[in-house]
Design a protein around this ligand. Structure first.
Ligand SMILES: C[S@@+](CC[C@H](N)C(=O)[O-])C[C@H]1O[C@@H](n2cnc3c(N)ncnc32)[C@H](O)[C@@H]1O
Length: 239
C-alpha cells in the first residue's frame, strides 16, 4: 500500500478508508494499549464539552468503532446520537458494540466531506482523531459547520504535532519507533501504524487548528491541551 500523504490530497480518502478497514478488528485494543488507556479520559472530556448545552441531536463524525458515540449516548440517553464513517469494517465493529450495549445509535456510512444531512440539523458535533485523515481538512470543517445549527457546538479531539522540546522528541521517537513495531505486530499492518504518527507530525498545531475552525465559521473557538499536549480538545460555537 502507498502511504497516504498527510494534509490535503484528493485521492487520500479511499486509501484511508481501506487502511482503517484493514485494522478495524484490532483498532480498539491497540488504542487502549498505545495510549496506556488515557484516551478514555480524553474522550470523556470531549463528551462533557459536547453535552454542555443539553443537545438533542448529536453527530459523531469519523466515528470509527463508535467509542465516542457510545460514550455520548450513555451520558445522554435521551439525545439522538448518530455516528458516520466511510470505513465499513470500522462501522461493523461499532454496530456490534452498539447491539451489545442495547442502545439505539445509528451508525451510517458517509463521507465527512459530503454529509447526508440538511443544513443546521445538529445541536452538537464531535470528531475524535479523524480530522487529520480528511482529504481536505478545510472542506471537512465547513461541512461540519453546515450541518450544525447556529449556536451549536463542535468538539474536535486531535493529536497535535509533537513540540520541539524534550517531551516532543520523546513523543516523536515513540511515534516513529514504538508505534509501528507494536501496532504492526498486533494489527499485522505496520504501514498503518507508521502512517498514524506521521499524519500527526504533519497536522495543524492547536493554534492553527483554532484558526481553521474560526475560518470555517466557528466563533468563539478555544482549545485545551490534554496530557501535556499529547492530545488536544478544541471547542467551537457555530456562528
Ligand atoms: C483514528 S480513527 C478515529 C475513530 C474514532 N473517532 C475514535 O475516536 O476512535 C479515524 C477514523 O476517521 C475515519 N475517516 C477519515 N476520513 C473520513 C472521511 N472523509 N469521512 C468519514 N470518515 C473518515 C476513518 O475511516 C477512521 O474510522
Amino acid at each position: 500500500m502507498t502511504t497516504p500523504p498527510p494534509g490535503q490530497a484528493p485521492d487520500k480518502g479511499p486509501v484511508v478508508a481501506a487502511m482503517f478497514d484493514r485494522i478495524a478488528p484490532r483498532y480498539d485494543r491497540l488504542n487502549r494499549l498505545l495510549s496506556g488507556g488515557v484516551d478514555t479520559a480524553w474522550r470523556r472530556e470531549a463528551v462533557r464539552e459536547a453535552l454542555a448545552d443539553d443537545p438533542v441531536r448529536v453527530l459523531d463524525v469519523a466515528t470509527g468503532t463508535a467509542d465516542l458515540a457510545l460514550m455520548l449516548k450513555r451520558a445522554r440517553p435521551q439525545a439522538d446520537v448518530v455516528g458516520v464513517d466511510f470505513a465499513e469494517a470500522m462501522l461493523a465493529v461499532g454496530r456490534t458494540k452498539v447491539r451489545r450495549a442495547g442502545l439505539e445509535l445509528p451508525l451510517l456510512y458517509a463521507d465527512a466531506l459530503a454529509l447526508p444531512f440538511e443544513d443546521g440539523r445538529f445541536d452538537a458535533l464531535t470528531v475524535a482523531y479523524g480530522l487529520r485523515n480528511f482529504a481536505d481538512v478545510e472542506a471537512g470543517l465547513r461541512e461540519m459547520r453546515r450541518v450544525l445549527r447556529t449556536g451549536g457546538r463542535v468538539v474536535v479531539l486531535e493529536f497535535p504535532p509533537p513540540p520541539a522540546n524534550l517531551a516532543g522528541r520523546a513523543l516523536r521517537w515513540y511515534g516513529r519507533t514504538v508505534m509501528p513495531i507494536i501496532g504492526g505486530w498486533l494489527s499485522g499492518d505496520r504501514t498503518a501504524y507508521a502512517y498514524l504518527p506521521a499524519s500527526t507530525e504533519a497536522f495543524l498545531d492547536p493554534d492553527e487548528l483554532t484558526r481553521a475552525l474560526a475560518l470555517a465559521g466557528f466563533d468563539p473557538v478555544r482549545h485545551r491541551l490534554q496530557s501535556f499536549g499529547v492530545s488536544a480538545v478544541h471547542i467551537g460555537v457555530a456562528a
